[in-house]
Design a protein around this ligand. Structure first.
Ligand code: SAH
Ligand code: AVI
Length: 330
């Protein structure tokens, strides 16, 4: 869709609409049928979920956003300096705070021609962020891609130089094999000179990690429960989200935070559109998210397997978060 007037610099292509209903039906049926029940974390992000995530980013306990923002603030000039213009692709873009740091650096330097290409499953978040950017940056054009980046990376234009970014530690929301395949797909999009900016949340003290996912105001709990609101709406299900406790803990062996929703009592939940009744024992959980934490060594192993090479590492003084600039390893 091309919007008119002052917004003629905005085009949004939606690759999800036809498949979303079938996909959530398939994922929820499969996820709630096995031993450990699961719902994939990408279903957190409807309009309300994206807003709750933005609230999480501002919480005192949730250090990743402010730490990555500070890294970007310090190094955006150095990151953008070699980029002569082309596409700034952002996977899992959400709100536009982080890309603004890079755009500010480019706009201050000169007037390179830059197109911003956000890729996100949440059309609402993507549209709001895009319209705001067009207002702020004269001459910027935006091609928004509403898609699942684990599947539809082929929808990203491939005819110009680019910097691809995946901020926020979102890579950590994927298992090792999923992350490797995602990075391999990004490597496949890159040409000589292209760069990939990857935000990684690093291993640190358990108390700091667990506080970030168990905030005192209960915003993360509301974000976690929101996935049940999404399933209720999309699949005509009968979950009472308040009958599930938010549970988040650091699994040290797996080097990941795990988020679950634990049934407060035994119950049966009907999922109308799937013609399915799901039984819960008291205390039984739905696993909703992993958030993997990296060391330099585990990250380097992953890059190598995906055909990527780290060119520059940018970190904060405490080493809590890393922004890694990667190139294709040819
Ligand atoms: N980049 C932002 C937002 C991170 S939240 C930041 O760093 O703060 C994760 C974002 O990724 C959300 O906007 C969510 O809608 C999007 N997302 C999650 N899984 C996705 C997938 N499989 N495909 C496309 N977008 C996805
Ligand atoms: C988007 N992602 C990097 C967040 C994280 O920290 O793993 C999602 C989140 N889950 C709970 N709080 C934030």
């Amino acid at each position: 869709m091309q919007t008119g007037g002052g917004e003629s610099r905005l085009e949004i292509r939606n690759y999800l609409t036809s498949s979303y209903a079938e996909e959530i039906a398939r994922d929820v049926r499969l996820g709630l049928s096995g031993g450990q029940k699961r719902i994939p974390s990408k279903y957190f992000y409807d309009e309300r979920g994206s807003r709750l995530f933005e609230e999480i980013c501002m919480l005192p306990e949730y250090y990743p956003t402010r730490t990555e923002m500070a890294i970007l603030q310090e190094y955006a000039g150095a990151i953008m300096e070699p980029f002569a213009g082309g596409d700034l692709v952002e996977m899992g873009s959400g709100a536009n705070w982080k890309i603004c740091r890079l755009l500010d650096a480019a706009w201050q330097a000169d007037s390179r021609v830059i197109r911003y290409v956000p890729v996100d499953v949440s059309e609402a978040a993507l549209r709001t962020a895009a319209v705001d950017l067009l207002r702020r940056y004269d001459g910027l054009s935006v091609l928004g891609i509403v898609a699942d980046f684990t599947r539809d990376l082929g929808s990203i234009p491939d005819n110009t130089s680019k910097i691809v970014s995946l901020f926020g530690g979102t890579l950590g929301n994927f298992t090792g094999p999923e992350a490797e395949s995602l990075l391999g797909m990004v490597a496949g999009l890159m040409h000589p000179g292209d760069r990939f900016l990857l935000g990684l949340d690093m291993l640190k003290e358990r108390a700091v990690l667990e506080a970030a996912y168990n905030d005192s105001r209960g915003v993360t709990a509301a974000f976690n429960r929101n996935i049940l609101h999404v399933v209720n709406r999309e699949l005509n299900a009968g979950f009472d989200p308040l009958l599930f406790d938010h549970v988040a803990f650091f699994n040290e062996d797996a080097e990941q935070i795990e988020m679950h929703l634990a049934a407060k009592q035994a119950m049966t939940v009907d999922i109308g559109l799937l013609d399915m009744a799901v039984e819960f024992r008291e205390g039984e959980t739905i696993h909703t998210e992993i958030s993997r934490k990296f060391s330099r060594e585990s990250a380097m192993r992953l890059f190598e397997r995906a055909g990527l090479a780290a060119e520059r590492w940018f970190t904060d003084d405490a080493g809590w978060f890393s922004l890694v600039e990667l190139a294709r390893n040819d």
